[in-house]
Write a protein that binds this ligand. Structure first.
Ligand SMILES: [Zn+2]
Ligand SMILES: [Zn+2]
Length: 242
């Protein structure tokens, strides 16, 4: 007997229900990875954020303590959500579990940030933070490139994915102090196609802003190659109390 695909899908969903990554409720047939209500409730940082790094702030402040103490090569950064436990799971899945279709939904949300900030809208190109070629081979994809591709496609903004290279195989930043992180990514990037960078306002895309050292090292390299300005656009930002 011939069984239609719909029937098979329903049977599979009955025996192997899929659950939302964020709230654990069963997913409907038209939902993937995260349920619709979690997407709608995504806690986007839209008010009271640091004017330099984009981290959430208490009322009355315009720049966070960390930014008061540091200078950056990028003009500012905006992040979509705070890097707390919920969104850690989401980003981990995008990064390590090949849930690359997540990039579509997240890219759409990043567009919301982009369109609300005139400096982003004035940008002439979008650059993903590159992975080292060895790491790219191991992982099979660069999550920052997937996000940049989504934003580029939806906004009609030229994607520059071969302008910046990661030439140093850096250690994982997770357990490093701020000073160690800065040292770890020093000289890690190189511009290969200067003509694609020169005199341009560029959006630099990464997944997580922790201390900003990776973003800053990339921005330094781009500015030294003649970029006019660099703006950070990242998925999540860690709490920034030093
Ligand atoms: Zn959910
Ligand atoms: Zn800040």
């Amino acid at each position: 007997m011939w069984i239609g695909k719909k029937v098979i899908d329903s049977l599979l969903a009955f025996f192997f229900p899929r659950y939302c990554l964020l709230c654990d409720s069963p997913l409907r047939e038209d939902e993937r990875i995260v349920c619709k209500s979690c997407w709608a409730r995504l806690e986007i940082i839209t008010d009271r954020f640091c004017q330099r790094c984009g981290c959430p702030l208490r009322s009355g402040e315009t720049i966070c303590d960390s930014c008061l103490k540091s200078g950056y090569y990028f003009s500012f950064n905006r992040s979509l959500v705070p890097f707390d436990q919920r969104y850690q799971t989401l980003i981990h899945s995008l990064k390590y579990e090949r849930m690359t279709s997540l990039a579509t939904g997240l890219g759409e949300k990043l567009l919301f940030l982009l369109r609300g900030e005139p400096r982003f809208v004035s940008a002439q190109g979008i650059v993903p933070v590159p992975l080292h070629p060895t790491k790219l081979r191991e992982r099979g994809y660069n999550q920052s490139l997937l996000l940049a591709q989504e934003v580029s496609k939806r906004q009609g903004l030229p994607l520059i994915d071969d302008g910046l290279l990661r030439v140093k195989r850096t250690k994982s930043q997770t357990k490093l102090t701020l000073e160690e992180r800065v040292e770890n990514v020093r000289g890690a990037f190189k511009v290969v196609s200067r003509e694609k960078i020169e005199s341009k306002r560029l959006i630099l895309v990464d997944d997580v802003f922790t201390t900003g050292s990776t973003l800053n090292s990339c921005a330094e390299t781009l500015m030294e190659a003649g970029a006019r300005e660099v703006y950070g656009l990242t998925l999540a930002i860690a709490k920034r109390s030093l």
